[in-house]
Design a protein around this ligand. Structure first.
Ligand code: PNS
Length: 161
């Protein structure tokens, strides 16, 4: 059974994340979306909000589970029996951090492979921080975040001022 972990902050989930999820559900038998609790970098959305938004966007996928994790990603991946860690790459600027992280994760969990997927180029400019910024000032997030959560997210972000 091919199990992968797709980890991230998902603060909040975007269409770029969804693009990756839609592709990996066909590549792996089980996809565990791991949401980092993130104690150092204070997220805008609470853990429950972030988990809830992802679950609302992925109800049709039988092989997807959405779970929080804390501590090292490799420990979470091991606990899930996952031999694959999926990360999306948008641009060359992502590479340096991703290369460091994949190398460290390889050292800590040699059996596991990091698998990079290129994000669809139409989302190469998109990030959760951009979504937060645009949404906070009332900008339209259509096409940037999944339709299932668009109205709630826009309302919530406007109230985060
Ligand atoms: O969506 P993000 O913020 O780019 O995701 C980063 C994430 C959650 C994948 C990364 O910060 C992570 O794995 N954190 C857990 C701690 C860890 O294992 N770090 C990697 C060892 S260098």
């Amino acid at each position: 059974m091919r199990i992968c972990v797709y980890p991230g902050s998902f603060d909040p989930i975007t269409c770029g994340h969804m693009d990756i999820i839609e592709r990996i559900v066909d590549m792996f038998d089980r996809v565990v979306i791991g949401v980092l609790q993130n104690r150092e970098k204070q997220p805008l959305f609470s853990l429950d909000e972030r988990l809830g938004y992802i679950r609302r966007c992925t109800p049709g996928y039988e092989n997807v589970e959405v779970e929080a994790f804390d501590g090292l990603l490799v420990d979470f991946a091991r606990a899930k029996n996952a031999l694959y860690i999926v990360r999306g790459l948008r641009a060359v600027s992502d590479f340096e951090f991703e290369f460091q992280m994949a190398s460290m994760n390889k050292k800590l969990y040699p059996e596991a492979e990091t698998v990079f997927l290129m994000t669809n180029t139409k989302y190469s400019f998109l990030s959760s921080s951009m979504v937060r910024e645009v949404g906070r000032w009332g900008g339209c997030l259509r096409g940037l975040v999944p339709g299932e959560i668009l109205p709630d997210l826009m309302k919530r972000l406007k109230n985060s001022l």
